[in-house]
Design a protein around this ligand. Structure first.
Ligand code: F6R
Ligand code: ZN
Length: 198
C-alpha cells in the first residue's frame, strides 16, 4: 500500500484557508523581520501589535521519489509602508524542483526571481489563475487586494525549502502599492527613495 493511502482526499476551506486535519504553520509580523524594505514602517507596525500575516496548511502524504506535497496558503491583506504583506519567500533546497500555484480567493501575485540572472517577474495570482514556478526560481507571494489571498501550492516531495539565501540578500525587487495598483520596483532604488523622504 502506498504511503498516504489514508490522505487521498482532503477538504480545504476556500474562504479562510486551512485543510481539515492537516497541520498548519503561522507567520506573524515579528517572524518577518528583514523581509520588508521600509524598516522604519516595520518597527512602527510591530510597536502596534504582532498580527498574523499568513498561514500554510500542508499535506505530505508520501516522501518517495515520485511523491508530491501540497499546501494551502492564506495571506492576509495589509501593507508595511507602501509594500504589500508578503511571504518570506524561498528557493527550493533541491533547485530543479518546480511548483504549481493555483489561486483560490483574493487578489495577489507571485514575485519570481531567477537565481542565476536575477531576472524578476510579477505574475498575477487569484481565482482562475495558475502560476508555474520553474526550478531555481525564488518565489514570494504578495497580497495586493483587500481580502485574504488563498492559494494552493503543489511541489515535489523532495523540493525542501531554502530560506537562507533570501534571508541574506532578499529579493532584488519589491512590490509596492502605486496609484493604479501594484508596481514592481528595484529594492535599492525604493530604499533610497525612503531615505530621501521628508
Ligand atoms: C512551498 C511553497 C508555498 C509556501 C507558502 C509560504 O514550496 O512555495 O507553499 O511555502 O507560500 O511561503 P514561505 O514558505 O516562503 O514562507
Ligand atoms: Zn515553494
Amino acid at each position: 500500500m502506498p504511503t498516504g493511502w489514508d490522505t487521498l482526499g482532503q477538504r480545504f476551506d476556500p474562504l479562510l484557508g486551512g485543510i481539515t486535519g492537516a497541520p498548519s504553520i503561522e507567520r506573524r509580523l515579528r517572524d518577518l523581520r528583514g523581509a520588508f524594505a521600509d524598516a522604519a514602517a516595520y518597527e512602527a507596525a510591530l510597536a502596534q501589535g504582532d498580527p498574523l500575516i499568513y498561514s500554510v496548511a500542508s499535506v505530505e502524504a508520501g516522501s518517495g521519489p515520485g511523491d508530491l506535497h501540497y499546501g494551502v496558503g492564506t495571506l492576509m491583506p495589509g501593507r508595511i509602508g507602501a509594500e504589500y504583506y508578503l511571504t518570506k519567500g524561498h528557493l527550493h533546497a533541491w533547485r530543479p524542483a518546480a511548483e504549481v500555484y493555483i489561486g483560490i480567493r483574493g487578489e495577489g501575485a507571485l514575485l519570481l526571481e531567477d537565481e542565476q540572472t536575477g531576472e524578476s517577474r510579477l505574475v498575477p495570482l487569484g481565482p482562475h489563475q495558475v502560476v508555474y514556478v520553474p526550478g531555481s526560481t525564488a518565489h514570494r507571494t504578495v497580497n495586493t487586494g483587500d481580502e485574504p489571498l488563498v492559494y494552493l501550492g503543489i511541489y515535489p516531495a523532495a523540493a525542501g525549502h531554502d530560506y537562507a539565501a533570501i534571508a541574506e540578500r532578499n529579493f532584488r525587487c519589491v512590490v509596492i502599492a502605486g496609484a493604479d495598483g501594484p508596481v514592481l520596483c528595484d529594492r535599492q532604488s525604493f530604499v533610497a527613495s525612503l531615505g530621501a523622504r521628508p
